[in-house]
Design a protein around this ligand. Structure first.
Ligand SMILES: [Zn+2]
Length: 375
């Protein structure tokens, strides 16, 4: 190799590193803008698209690590067999039907669309049909959504349904997903939101149906919840978090959030999950251990990583108030986000019902364990 070509290669390497750093910074900026709904004009939009392509070649910005057992996994009063049989009805077929029911509500669940109202009504009636105690929190006015809906327009902030526990009914496990969708490329166009977050909403409904109909003894109560306006900056969950922290819903001991759980990924590491939290919050080690043990026992999720530096979804407002919360998300979510997320391309083409069912059974196993502590 000549000196000249070595120098050329070296400068290409430096340029690649510089480009990668720039791409990641720009992507972070565009995501923040998108979350705040502040993407304006063609230059911001083309930046988002350009960066989405560029970031495919750079390393992931998520701070993933290997799980190490803290020895704090929840011990259930249910047998391993009872726990595994609970998930028998959650198959690729039933999960697919559930996801289609959600998609059929409307071609958009964007905050400004009629589909957003219909989705809230759908969740309420599904919870009511299961005999849950159901209530709704109105979306309070917020600058994050004010540019899309006028202040007179009423929207639901969250729909909640409670399944009462037995001897520990005042202690609550919550499982939630956001029901809104968005198309940041053109907010007037379709926003199917199949993976983001029809998939998580389907998970919550599958768990609600399974646990409401089950005969197993859940000592703690379970609250199922659907949040609005996640896409404009975690608006619904941010308004619900202080209510949860106040104790109004009982003593909420742990929360599981599902956001993008049905795309199995491409390349290496397919059919894997990420368990994401803030490692500094007390009680999160026990939650991560519970997830990890359930994943190792289970059934379709082929591997997982943990992220103790969470960002960007409905787990954050609860973690910021010290409530142990874990986000369950598909391992390759960044790739999905870069190619299809927050656009008309988030369709059934880019999800896998079997994987969504596996993620749902995993969440079910975790929630059932958390709700049935050993005496
Ligand atoms: Zn989402």
């Amino acid at each position: 190799m000549s000196i000249l070509s070595a120098a050329v290669l070296c400068s290409i390497g430096e340029a690649k590193v510089a480009y990668a750093a720039k791409a990641r910074a720009a992507r972070a900026r565009s995501l923040r803008l998108a979350q705040r709904g502040q993407l304006r004009g063609p230059s911001d939009l083309s930046l988002l698209q350009e960066v989405g392509q560029a970031v495919l070649s750079v390393e992931e910005p998520e701070q993933l690590e290997k799980w190490e057992d803290g020895g704090l996994a929840a011990q259930s009063s249910l047998s391993t067999r009872q726990l595994s049989e609970l998930g028998d009805h959650i198959t690729g077929e039933t999960y697919g039907h559930q996801l289609h029911d959600i998609a059929d509500i409307s071609s958009s669940r964007f905050i400004a669309s009629a589909g957003n109202v219909k989705a809230a009504e759908f969740m309420q009636s599904e919870f009511e049909d299961l005999g849950l105690k159901v209530w709704v929190e109105d979306l309070k006015s917020s600058s994050d959504v004010a540019q899309f809906i006028s202040s007179e327009v009423q929207r639901t902030g969250a729909i909640l349904g409670r399944l009462n526990g037995t001897d520990l009914a005042d202690e609550v496990v919550m499982v939630a997903a956001h029901f809104d969708s968005v198309n940041w490329v053109d907010v007037t166009e379709t926003a199917p939101g199949i993976d983001d977050n029809g998939s998580g909403l389907a998970l919550v409904l599958m768990l609600a149906k399974t646990l409401a109909k089950s005969k197993v003894n859940l000592r703690r109560s379970v609250i199922f919840a659907a949040f609005n306006a996640e896409e404009e900056g975690l608006v619904g969950s941010t308004q619900v978090a202080p209510i949860v922290a106040s104790g109004k819903y009982g003593n909420v001991t742990s929360i599981v959030i599902a956001d993008e759980v049905a795309w199995p990924g491409s390349g290496s590491g397919q059919r894997e999950a990420i368990f994401e939290t803030l490692g500094t919050v007390h009680g999160t080690t026990a939650l991560l251990d519970t997830f990890a043990h359930s994943a190792k026992e289970g059934d379709g999720v082929e591997g997982f990583k943990v992220n103790k530096h969470g960002f960007g979804s409905d787990h954050m407002p609860f973690l910021e108030r010290g409530i142990p919360t874990v986000l369950l998300i598909e391992g390759d979510n960044m790739h999905h986000a870069d190619l299809w997320g927050h656009s008309s391309k988030d369709t059934f083409e880019h999800v896998d019902f079997e994987f969504g069912a596996s993620m749902s059974r995993l969440a079910l196993n975790v929630v059932a364990k958390l709700a049935s502590p050993e005496e």
